[in-house]
Write a protein that binds this ligand. Structure first.
Ligand SMILES: [Zn+2]
Length: 439
């Protein structure tokens, strides 16, 4: 199957020279980008690109996708009471039926907002992976492991065995990269972390973990172990080139060096950090020290969106004010954090539009007032673009969003199912809901 996207206004290649091509075409053959530039000849399917800017599909490196069901249920709370009084009681009642409905809603949102690869850490990842493959979306999925268990497993042994089976089952799937998700140093003991990192190494799989998110976590871990969380993670073998550390708001200077030396990928989640008042991650300093930093939204209960285009803008803005320097975090660098940097971290050929790479491509409508005049495409992508400008999304050449419409399932059905699952969950856990009060 060949697809030709003809006469694009601009192509943001994100190749090594960061070339931006004007009035150009992209030819896709069997899911792979065949050529970029001027293409002639007959193909099976042609998209007229004259109104559009083409970018590589965005990569969101931290989320908990089924938490779409908790969107707006408990806002304006501190992290620990938020987890203990609201989120964990609701999660205790989760069944695969809720997970599926929440994942469908979350994936619909991410695809419509230009994300083609989503990292996820949650329970029932097997059910989540099924939805990713049905929707043709790429998932870097980690089965959550907590010492006191999850809705899916009662203790670390049973969680670990579920994670093992999950990793083995999905290892060779073209759209799923399975891994282990030790939740955080405050929910997983050093002994368990050591076992999990050993398992991940044996299976050559990824680890996703929350690290150094709040000052409370730093104090708690220091008190318990005499070390800071990232130092501890290093000691128990969690850091490394196959590990994603989410948040990293409070690293010491020494810990920044540990992250850089180990090749760990940091996932910066500025909107979640702002909402939960966790603090400002020292992203410009980490980048200066050679840490690989990517972007995540976190779950929709602490954001409340999974909209990476919004996260890109917030990232570019907040660090300028924190540093009192408008030259830090320039647009090109922030855009790299959502495309090539996490793309290079993964085994897939994604994050760039160049021949030989997988055709994960997003077309944004640039025939709009906030795109005009179009002096700098990269500046507009970071400071002016809105996620609702996304009109076409291709993942490995599969057209999952066509002229603004999701092609895999009826969108209204997805939303109604998720509403139903959310109400059912709140009812079972006794948490009050505005939605229910109004109905
Ligand atoms: Zn998280």
């Amino acid at each position: 199957m060949e697809i030709l996207i003809r006469g694009l206004k601009y192509i943001v290649t994100q190749d090594d020279r960061r070339r931006i091509l004007r009035n150009s075409d992209i030819l896709i053959k069997d899911g792979i980008i065949e050529s970029v530039g001027k293409v002639s000849g007959y193909t099976d399917y042609v998209i007229n690109g004259s109104n559009f800017v083409a970018i590589p599909g965005l990569i969101n490196t931290h989320a908990h996708v089924p938490m779409t069901l908790f969107r707006g249920v408990a806002d304006d709370m501190k992290l620990f009471p938020w987890l203990q009084d609201k989120i964990w009681p609701m999660e205790a009642n989760l069944k695969p039926y809720h997970i599926k409905a929440g994942t469908e809603l979350g994936l619909l949102e991410t695809i419509r907002t230009g994300t083609t690869t989503l990292f996820d850490m949650y329970f029932f990842e097997d059910a989540i992976a099924e939805v990713f493959t049905e929707f043709g979306s790429r998932g870097v999925l980690a089965e959550a492991i907590l010492d006191f268990g999850t809705p899916e497993c009662k203790d670390v042994d049973s969680c670990l065995s579920i994670a093992d089976n999950f990793v083995k089952k999905w290892k060779d799937h073209p759209l799923v990269e399975p891994g282990y998700g030790p939740h955080a140093p405050y929910t997983v003991s050093p002994e368990s972390l050591k076992r999990i990192s050993g398992k991940a190494a044996d299976n050559n799989s990824l680890i996703q973990i929350h690290l150094a998110e709040t000052q409370r976590e730093i104090n708690e871990i220091k008190e318990k172990t005499g070390r800071r969380p990232i130092e501890l993670a290093k000691e128990v073998g969690v850091l490394g080139p196959k590990t994603v550390a989410a948040h990293v708001v409070w690293p010491s200077e020494r810990e920044v060096k540990l992250l850089a030396q180990s090749g760990t990928l940091v996932s910066h989640n500025p909107v979640s950090n702002l909402k939960l008042a966790s603090g400002f991650s020292p992203v410009p300093d980490m980048i200066n020290e050679g840490v690989k930093v990517s972007l995540g939204t976190d779950g929709p209960a602490s954001n409340n969106l999974m909209d990476l285009i919004e996260t890109i803008k917030v990232t570019a803005l907040i660090h300028k004010t924190v540093k009192k320097d408008p030259t830090v975090m320039p647009a090109q660098l922030v855009f790299d954090m959502a495309t090539r940097i996490p793309g290079d971290f993964l085994n897939w050929n994604i994050g760039r539009i160049e021949p030989g790479f997988d055709a994960d491509i997003v077309l944004l409508d640039a025939e709009l007032p906030w795109w005009t005049p179009l002096h700098s495409v990269i500046s507009h992508l970071v400071y002016s673009a809105r996620s609702t400008d996304v009109r076409y999304v291709l993942i490995k050449g599969d057209l999952v969003l066509k002229n603004g419409k999701f092609t895999k399932k009826d969108e209204t059905e997805i939303m109604r199912n998720a509403e139903k699952a959310s109400l059912d969950l709140l009812e079972k856990s006794g948490v009050s809901s505005m939605l229910k009060d109004m109905s």
